[in-house]
Design a binder for this molecule. Structure first.
Ligand SMILES: *Cc1c(COP(=O)(O)O)cnc(C)c1O
Length: 218
C-alpha cells in the first residue's frame, strides 16, 4: 500500500478521541508531503535538527512533535515551532525547555516519559520522580511550559500480555496524576507493533512510523 492509502486506513480506524502521530524520522520530504496531501497534519521526529530542516521546507500548518530523547543543548533549535515534546525525562530538561520557550514568547506543551518497560535501555522517569517533579516549587515557577500528560514505550516483545500490562500500568499512573493535574489530556502510547493494544488500554495518542511509511533504513 502507498503512504496515502496507509494514512487513509489509519484515519478510518482511529477512534475520535485519538490523535495519530505520523512518525517520519529518516524519511524524505516527499514521503511527508504525500502523507500531508492525504490529510495528515501531525508528524513526529526523533532528531531535533532533522525536524527543524523538515519544518523549514514543509507547509506551516503541520504540527511537529519531538518524540525522541532530547539533549538540552538542542532545545533552542525547536523552541520556535515545536508543538509537543513527548519524552521529557528530567527536571533539568524541563527547565531548559521553559527557558527557551520564554525567549520565543511561547508556552510549549510537554509530556513526561515514564519508564514502563522491563528493558534497561529505555529512557524514562519513575512514577515517584514524576510526582516529585510535578509537585516541586521549581515546576510551579515554570510559566512557559505546560505538562499535558504522559508518554511511555512498552517492552519490544512478542509477549502481548506483557505489553498490555505495561500499558495498563501507564494508564493507571495517568489516571492518578490526572486527579491533581488539570492540564492532563494526553496519554501517548502505542507504535506500529502495539498500537491496537495501546488503544484498548486507553491511549489517546499513537506514534506510528513503519506501518505508514514502510521500514526505515538507518
Ligand atoms: C520510531 C518511534 C516510533 C515509531 O515506531 P514504528 O515502530 O516505526 O511505528 C514511535 N515512538 C518513538 C519514541 C519512536 O522513536
Amino acid at each position: 500500500m502507498s503512504i496515502s492509502e496507509n494514512i487513509q486506513e489509519f484515519t478510518k480506524v482511529m477512534p475520535d478521541n485519538v490523535t495519530l502521530v505520523a512518525v517520519s524520522k529518516t524519511k524524505p520530504l516527499s514521503d511527508l508531503q504525500e502523507a500531508y496531501d492525504a490529510g495528515q497534519r501531525v508528524f513526529g521526529e526523533n532528531k531535533v535538527q532533522e525536524m527543524e530542516a523538515k519544518w523549514q521546507e514543509l507547509p506551516k500548518d503541520i504540527e511537529w512533535h519531538m518524540i525522541g530523547h532530547v539533549q538540552r543543548n538542542k532545545v533552542k533549535y525547536m523552541a520556535p515551532f515545536v508543538n509537543l515534546i513527548h519524552a521529557v525525562d528530567s527536571p533539568r530538561l524541563l527547565k531548559e525547555i521553559n527557558k527557551e520557550a520564554k525567549k520565543n514568547n511561547r508556552v510549549i506543551q510537554c509530556l513526561l516519559q515514564l519508564k514502563i518497560a522491563e528493558e534497561d535501555s529505555k529512557f524514562g522517569m519513575s512514577e515517584a520522580d514524576a510526582k516529585a517533579l510535578l509537585t516541586s516549587e521549581a515546576f510551579k515557577s515554570f510559566e512557559n511550559i505546560s505538562v499535558v500528560g504522559l508518554m511511555g514505550m512498552a517492552t519490544f516483545t512478542d509477549r502481548q500480555e506483557q505489553v498490555r500490562n505495561e500499558f495498563k500500568k501507564l494508564k493507571r499512573m495517568y489516571d492518578d496524576f490526572s486527579k491533581t493535574q488539570q492540564d492532563f489530556t494526553i496519554l501517548s502510547m502505542g507504535m506500529s507493533g502495539d498500537y491496537q493494544i495501546a488503544l484498548e488500554e486507553g491511549s489517546t495518542m499513537v506514534r506510528v512510523g513503519s506501518s505508514i511509511f514502510g521500514e526505515r533504513n538507518y
